[in-house]
Design a protein around this ligand. Structure first.
Ligand SMILES: [Zn+2]
Length: 250
């Protein structure tokens, strides 16, 4: 089990950390997007390349390649889900610094429990510039996460780790989303390649992070950014996003 709160320790930029070379090489060429819901679900062992495959666009072949890899990784429990915090797992409160102000999104809690039941690790990745601005100490942010876990426990839901960027937008770091540092830290802690995670969040930063990593990025409409900039899947809430994930991948 991971520590309740992982330090923002300045993990090296990029995806080299914790990635097996063969997996990394394969996934680098894979495309980030999940297949549409209308696509029939392939059977894991029976999946084979269609005779029509040669007619497909390169885009679709890359997408199918990622789809197949995610199926394999899900079956082997080698995928994790990285959830944004504010506006995704909990209700959005600007500059939340009071543990009493936490309101866990019920649909997100149910989604976390569902992932727990499938033995898919769930981590929280969150930018918390309140620390750099002196509005809250790191200890206070840790306390907020302990409180979130306590609220989730009421739903029998469990978060495997919280990964925090404490820096401001003005600072130089490799962990403030959409930079990949937090996902790299999470993957290293879990022993799972960051390139096989799925990111769920309400912000363009989450979706841009997913694009940078070449992994699926699922937008949810529970935060202040109700629209996204096109191309990605968008869902009313985290449970809907996870249902889609399970339906199309697992
Ligand atoms: Zn940072």
């Amino acid at each position: 089990m991971l520590d309740a709160v992982a330090p923002c320790n300045g993990a090296p930029n990029g995806l080299a950390t914790g990635i097996r070379s063969s997996t990394a090489q394969t996934l680098v060429i894979a495309h980030a997007r999940l297949p549409p819901t209308t696509r029939s679900k392939p059977r894991f062992l029976g999946y084979s390349i269609s005779v029509h495959a040669t007619r497909r666009s390169a885009h679709r072949r890359r997408r199918d390649s990622l789809h197949n890899l995610l199926i394999v990784h899900f079956r082997l429990n080698r995928v994790f889900v990285a959830l944004d915090r504010d506006g995704t797992l909990i209700e959005y409160v600007p500059y939340l610094v009071d543990p009493e102000g936490i309101r866990v999104n019920t649909r997100a809690a149910l989604a976390v429990r569902k992932l727990n039941e499938l033995s898919i690790p769930v981590v929280v990745i969150t930018n918390q510039p309140v620390i750099a601005r002196g509005l809250a100490s790191r200890e206070t942010v840790d306390e907020i996460h302990v409180q979130i876990s306590a609220e989730l426990a009421k739903f029998d839901a469990f978060i495997h780790g919280y990964f925090v960027c404490p820096h401001s937008a003005d600072g130089v770091c490799d962990c403030r989303k959409p930079k990949p540092g937090l996902v790299v830290q999470a993957g290293t802690s879990l022993g799972i390649a960051p390139s096989t995670c799925v990111i769920i969040g309400d912000s363009w930063r989450d979706i841009q992070l997913a694009r940078a990593l070449g992994v699926p990025g699922l937008h949810v409409q529970t935060g202040p950014e109700r629209t996204h900039d096109g191309g990605e899947k968008s869902f009313p809430d985290v449970r809907s996003a996870v249902d889609y994930l399970i339906e199309t991948i697992v």
